[in-house]
Each structure stands twice: as C-alpha cells, then as structure tokens.
Design a protein around this ligand. Sequence first.
Ligand code: FAD
Ligand code: DHB
Length: 393
Amino acid sequence: MRTQVAIVGAGPAGLLLAHLLQRAGIEAVVVEIRSREYAEQRVRAGVLEQGTVDVLIENGVGARLKREGLVHHGVELRFAGRGHRIDLTELTGGRSITVYGQQEVVKDLVAARLAAGAPLYFEASDVRVAGFDTDRPRVTFRHEGREHALDCDFIAGCDGFRGTCRASIPAGSLAVHERAYPFAWLGILAAAAPSRDELAYANHERGFALFSMRSPEVTRLYLQVAPDESLDEWSDDRVWSELHTRFAGDDGWQPNEGAILERGITGMRSFVAEPMRHGRLFLAGDAAHIVPPTGAKGLNLAVADVRVLARALARWYAAGEEEGLAAYSATCLRRVWRAEHFSWWMTSMLHRAPGEDSFRRRLQLAQLEYVVTSRAAATSLAENYVGMPFGTP
Ligand code: FAD
Ligand code: DHB
C-alpha cells in the first residue's frame, strides 16, 4: 500500500488532519487501534475556542456544531462564597467559546471521512512507524488478521500521549518538559438540565469544582480529587454533596441533580516534547504535549497543530516548499507554550494543593480578587480562554 501521508491515530488531531489534507487534494490513510464505537463515545473535552469552531465550519464539518453547539459569552469564577462573571465577548472584541463535546467533533469527522470513501482503519494492532529518518517512511500494522505495510512521504503522529510515534523517536532527540500535579479530576455526566447558561469554575477550601454542560438536558461536572482516588469511594450521594458544598455561594445557585450517566477520573499533567518533528515524522496534539484540563486547551491545541501541519504539507506538495515544514515545530510551540502557561496558571489559581499553607491560600484569593476586579487582568484571562487568534502565539 502507498499513500502520501500516513496518519497514526483517529482522535481529533488525526481525523481533522486527514480532512484538511483531503480538501487540499492530498491522500492520507488513518490507522487507529480502537474501535469506531470507542472513539466516538469517549467523553473528554467540551470547550471549543472560536478559532477551532471557525476551522471546522470553514472546512465543511461544522453543520451540526452550528446547530447544536452552545455559544457562551462569559464564564464565572466562584470563590469566598461569591460568583463573579468574566465577560469573554466584551473583553475580547466579540469572541466567544462554544460548548460541544469532543466525541461529537470526532463523530462529525469520522462521518465526513467515511462519506468521502477515504481510508480509515479502526481496530488496527501492532502499529509501528519506521524509516522516518529517510525519505521512505513506512507504517506497518495488522488489521482483520492481515499484515499491512503502508509506504508514504510523511507520517503524522496523532496517537495521543501514550501512542507509539513519540516513543519511536530515538532517545536523546527530544527535550521533554514536564510537571505532574498532586490531584486529579473526577468528571461526571448527569441527566439534568444545566441550571445556568455559562460555565462556573469554583475555588473552595475543599478543592476545585467545575460546572459545565453538553446539551440542554445534560450537565457535565468535575471535582478535584486525590490522584490515586478510586471511583468506588465516590457514591452518587457523596459526589452530589461535595459538588453542593464547593459551589455554595451567597446567590444560592446550585447545579441540578440527575442520574449519573458516566463517570471517570483523569490525572493532571503538563508535558511538552520538542521539537515536534523528527525527520519525516511530525507529532501533533497530545502526542507532543499535554495540558491540565483547567484552561480547556488540549483539544484546541490539537486542532491548531494540524491546521499548521496541513498548510505546510499543502505547500510542499503544491510547490516543493520546505519552509512551512521546517517552521512547523517552532510555529506550533509558540502557541503550545502560551497554553501551557495559561493552563498551569488557571490550575494553580483554582486548586487546593495537599498540605497547602495559609500563605499560598491567601495568594490564590488575592489573584482571584485581582482577576475579577481589574479589567486588565480579566482581559488577560479572557483572551487566553477564548484562544489567541491564529497567527499569534
Ligand atoms: P487523542 O484524542 O488522545 O487521540 C489519539 C488517538 O490515537 C486515539 O484515538 C488513540 O486510541 C489512538 N492511538 C493511540 N495509540 C495508537 C497507536 N499505537 N496506533 C494507532 N492509534 C493509536 N481536554 C480538555 O480541554 N478538557 C477536558 O475535560 C479534557 N478531558 C480529558 C479526559 C481524558 C481522560 C483525557 C485522556 C484527555 C482529556 N482532555 C481534556 C484532553 C483532550 O481530550 C485532548 O487534548 C485531545 O483528545 C487531543 O486530541 P488528539 O487527537 O491529539 O489525541
Ligand atoms: C470542560 C472541560 C474543561 O477542561 C474545562 O476547562 C471546561 C469545560 C467540559 O468538559 O465541559
């Protein structure tokens, strides 16, 4: 088998890259280890930056997003018993975010690819990448009992944090920058109408809590828990009681309760491997970098990476231009590091560290107070949250 670009991983990065390449007339084959059902049901991120929404709509995969996505113009920060709204749209000259589940983006992209009859292998095994130090890279895998060898011009490593692509780059070629956090998020989806229109991020003495949503009927909620916490220790009653405690405020607002449809615990980590390229292997999305979820940046960074990569590949195929590919890593990393800083900052401001002393607590509150009372500080949060425009970090 031969193709132009072999794409490893059918998450948002791999699927969107395949779609953008197809629109540029470039052939690709996508190889994914999980089943289609698994990829489409996996509950993860929910906040799309304005730039992410624009890319999906401009490229013809935003019809359902336009119909079902919930456009938000503000977010709330809750602390010391009070809620404070940050007016994202007013502070950013008209920008906004859209709440639309990551698995919905994945469903839309899978549907577009299958409708076009373009190759996408689910449930592949033994996926290996080789030859990317030469101009004859190759991806091998097993599918439905048969061995496949896929020769290509380039490999796109879009296989997430635990994928095979980054791990196949020779040790010593990548610099790794990393931070693990001493807490995790317990996330639930509840069959309950969202009791407010916008997200609320709460800093409480007992830890962080986040109110979000997926649709007019489904609420998404998160609680800070210990990194080694077991779901067995969290009965429905305990989850709701902890959420109510952490969201309590003088306005009396609370999330609505409902049947818990899904639950999971996610560890939190910051991670960047650079450069995001080795020879003809290009890393994109979580394969190259991870952020803690507090800034809602992970999915948006994956989209930004593949947008840069698709353009660079299009220029290479159309005119033999190397410049875009040569600049790929540095171009992406400017945005990545901005998002790394923002996500780390939001995480530090909103979570309770184990053994936290009164000094750190007072600094958090001082910072929150500053963000909600200074237009300059609120603008900084808002422009990062809605996403820096493309073309800037
Ligand atoms: P992924 O979505 O991880 O896709 C990679 C794909 O590659 C997967 O389908 C995987 O099955 C496949 N793959 C792996 N190994 C191989 C292989 N060897 N061969 C072929 N395919 C392979 N971000 C937020 O902003 N907010 C959140 O609330 C949030 N929650 C999250 C919860 C969890 C449990 C996780 C893991 C991440 C969460 N994120 C969140 C981050 C966000 O979901 C990611 O940043 C986003 O999925 C990145 O997309 P991606 O395509 O780069 O990687
Ligand atoms: C959601 C996830 C986030 O990480 C975040 O910061 C905001 C919302 C969500 O899943 O809805």
